[in-house]
Ligand binder design. Structure first.
Ligand code: EPU
Length: 428
């Protein structure tokens, strides 16, 4: 991890074709942590969140909250404490918000708690157009007025907020979470229809309920929220990271490995497990562990990314790397983020035979990849290039590691522990 507060300019040097074996612990879910952390501001008292990944996005969120007068500190190795009693306004600082997508959860939080807020239009990975129209529509249906000017979203509720029925035109994780955050303290009943069902939506609902909220139906496509007057601080543990687990399973498969992942919820991995089994991997589930073994060549498969419980877009890129050496032709269709095939050009530099037509990649499996210098342009592309490096003959240099550090906790240390030859160096 880079020095706190700084962006690292590191590269990862990987000598490929080392078989991964052994046990590895999966960290807490990034996309859950970045929703739970702002949600703590809905209460007046202190909250303690356990199993928080020590990643850059979490550090940025701590900085954003500290800039708003909120005290945040590590109360244990992976335990984050948040004391919102010093919250000194309803403006979220632009220079930090622009660095991460999930800063937009402060819109729902500030609107719900104070009836107003000013939050910079969010940044994040460059993976395609990232509209917020469904968030805005949801807030408006609760009675808010929204103005977007010079990159700042200003929310107000001159006549107060009231529960309402909101139908999402697209299944959006962010809009579902933001509306939940705004609605828990809003009088009346809010119903979100066509809601996202991702594990971290359920995790947030459980966290809010532990704070005294009344949220029902999370994990289905209709979520009902009965507004309460007040929330209190709580202690809660973040679910394991579905995407990190999927990435590590793919890394194991990519090296003909035999790896046991610990601290996982196998159910959340079903779409990934199903595809890896179809490719020829052996996967066994045992409580909160999952073992993946691969012997011999893997078969090509077709994949389409979809909202949960479909195949996650966040695992598409590592999977595309893996499929680049599977026997036969695979078709991968990306239906969530149109920009998520940009990294394919880097894979091609390593010898992959992939043609992208619109939202589909046609992958002709090649016998092996060869190491090359490559650059990550977003978080999951970074993980995908690491997977490619693990598979390739010779040495691969992955630059743009700051993207990986945003969302994976000590990825190279975990891989090294499993037997990978991987080290970090400063970019010149
Ligand atoms: N969309 C709209 N209007 C909206 C919101 C979304 O049209 O107002 C569209 C998007 O353009 C996209 C689709 O709906 O095509 C789904 O977007 P969603 O809102 O679900 O994505 P998000 O909330 O911005 C979260 C994750 C992403 C993950 C997606 C999909 C967080 C912080 N981010 O993004 O994670 O890819 O859900 O599962 O939870 C990552 O971790 O690498 C990452 C990008």
């Amino acid at each position: 991890m880079s020095t706190e507060g700084e962006t690292s300019l590191d590269k990862l040097i990987i000598t490929g074709q080392r078989r991964l074996t052994g046990h590895v612990e999966v960290s807490g879910a990034k996309n859950s942590a970045v929703a739970l952390i702002p949600a703590t501001l809905l209460a007046e008292g202190q909250s303690v969140i356990e199993n928080v990944p020590r990643i850059r996005d979490v550090e940025i969120y701590m900085d954003i909250l500290q800039g708003m007068g909120v005290k945040t500190w590590w109360a244990g190795e992976k335990t984050l404490a948040v004391d919102p009693s010093g919250l000194n306004g309803t403006k979220a600082p632009y220079d930090l918000c622009k660095k991460m997508r999930a800063s937009y959860y402060l819109m729902g939080v500030l609107l719900g708690r104070f009836g107003r807020g000013e939050v910079a239009f969010p940044g994040g990975c460059d993976i395609g157009s990232r509209p917020i129209d469904q968030h805005v529509k949801g807030f408006q249906q609760l009675g808010a007025t929204i103005a977007i000017q010079r990159g700042i979203v200003t929310l107000s509720a001159p006549n107060g907020l009231a529960g309402s029925c909101i139908y999402l035109d697209v299944v959006s994780v962010g809009a579902t979470i933001n509306i939940m955050l705004a609605a828990v303290l809003t009088p009346g009943t809010t119903v979100i229809e066509n809601a996202a069902k991702e594990p971290h939506v359920v995790d947030l609902a459980n966290f809010l309920n532990a704070m005294g909220a009344n949220v029902k139906g999370a994990g289905t496509d209709v979520i009902k929220i009965h507004g309460v007057n007040k929330l209190h601080g709580t202690t809660y543990s973040v679910i394991p990271d579905q995407i990190e687990a999927g990435t590590l399973m793919i890394a194991a498969a990519a090296t003909q490995g035999d790896v046991v992942l610990e601290n996982v919820i196998p159910k959340h991995l079903d779409p990934i497990t199903a595809k890896l089994r179809e490719m020829g991997a052996e996967i066994d589930e045992d409580g909160d562990q999952i073992r993946i073994r691969v012997e011999g060549p893997l078969r090509a498969v077709n994949i389409k990314t979809l909202p949960y419980p479909g195949f996650p877009t966040d695992v598409q890129q590592p999977m595309t790397s893996l499929l680049s050496t599977a026997r036969g032709t695979s078709l991968v269709t990306e239906s969530i983020w149109e920009g998520r095939f940009k990294f394919v050009d880097e894979l091609k530099r390593m010898g992959a035979n992939i043609k992208v037509e619109g939202r589909t990649a046609i992958i002709e499996g090649v016998p092996s990849l060869s190491g090359a210098p490559v650059r990550a342009t977003d978080l999951r592309a970074g993980a995908a290039l690491v997977v490619a490096g693990l598979m390739a003959e010779g040495e691969t240099e992955v630059s743009g590691v700051e993207h990986i550090d945003r969302g994976y906790e000590t990825l190279e240390a975990k891989l090294r522990h499993l037997g990978a030859e991987i080290r970090r160096e400063q970019e010149n």
